[in-house]
Design a protein around this ligand. Structure first.
Ligand code: GDP
Ligand code: MG
Length: 205
């Protein structure tokens, strides 16, 4: 048994998905650093980690901001597999980006086929809410889509910071609930205290 060293914080892994230009990086950077970055390199994917207090508990959030490499199916699938929750972002000013959210959702469900839809924390995010005069996606149609997926729909602005904390915290809360549910069924099923439910792969040399 290993010594209980420094207390390990729970880590919640969030993946940002959505078409290019919808504001995935801007939302991430606004959440991380409280600033609106207008010209973040569009092809750059990066991950970020931050300590936050979620309902009184100190946890860490790990955010993977994807950026087009998801065109390579293998890379994309690895990203998606590693995610515990997803912020699926479109821009309310771009109808096409809204249509594309369905493709992202399908890809994620395909990769996470060992789970049911309800077991995958997911929030549909309509960003650029500050540009209401350029709106191409109505609140109603976005809400209808989210409802059909049994997930929440939230409108954000990375520019004004509207609902930015909310989407990340709401998602972390879902991830946390999902982990608690998995742990209790796991303990109930086999009585073991195993935390992780990872399938071990056999490596033949
Ligand atoms: P990504 O490709 O999804 O990462 O998108 P970016 O974060 O790079 O944003 C693309 C462009 O949209 C940039 O010029 C941002 O300044 C702009 N942008 C992102 N979010 C918002 C927002 O909420 N409001 C406005 N007005 N512009 C935004
Ligand atoms: Mg980006």
């Amino acid at each position: 048994m290993s010594k209980p060293s420094k207390q390990q914080l729970t880590l919640h892994k969030v993946i940002m998905v959505g078409s290019g230009g919808v504001g995935k990086s801007a939302l991430t950077l606004q959440f991380m650093y409280d600033e609106f970055v207008e010209d973040y390199e569009p092809t750059k994917a990066d991950s970020y980690r931050k300590k936050v207090t979620l309902d009184g508990e100190e946890v860490q959030i790990d955010i993977l901001d994807t950026a087009g490499q998801e065109d390579y199916a293998a890379i994309r699938d690895n990203y998606f597999r590693s995610g515990e929750g997803f912020l699926c972002v479109f821009s309310i000013t771009e109808q096409e980006s809204f249509q594309t959210t369905s493709e992202f959702r399908e890809q994620i469900l395909r990769v996470k086929h060992d789970r049911t839809e309800e077991q995958i924390p997911f929030v549909l995010v309509g960003n650029k809410a500050d540009l209401n005069e350029k709106r191409q996606v109505s609140r109603e149609e976005a809400t209808n889509l989210a409802t059909s997926w049994h997930i929440p729909y939230v409108e954000t602005s990375a520019k004004t910071r509207e609902n930015v904390d909310k989407v990340f915290y709401d998602l972390m809360r879902k991830i946390s609930e999902q982990k608690a549910a998995e742990e209790s069924t796991q303990n109930g099923k086999d009585g073991k205290k195993k935390k992780k439910n990872k399938r071990r792969k056999c490596l033949i040399l």
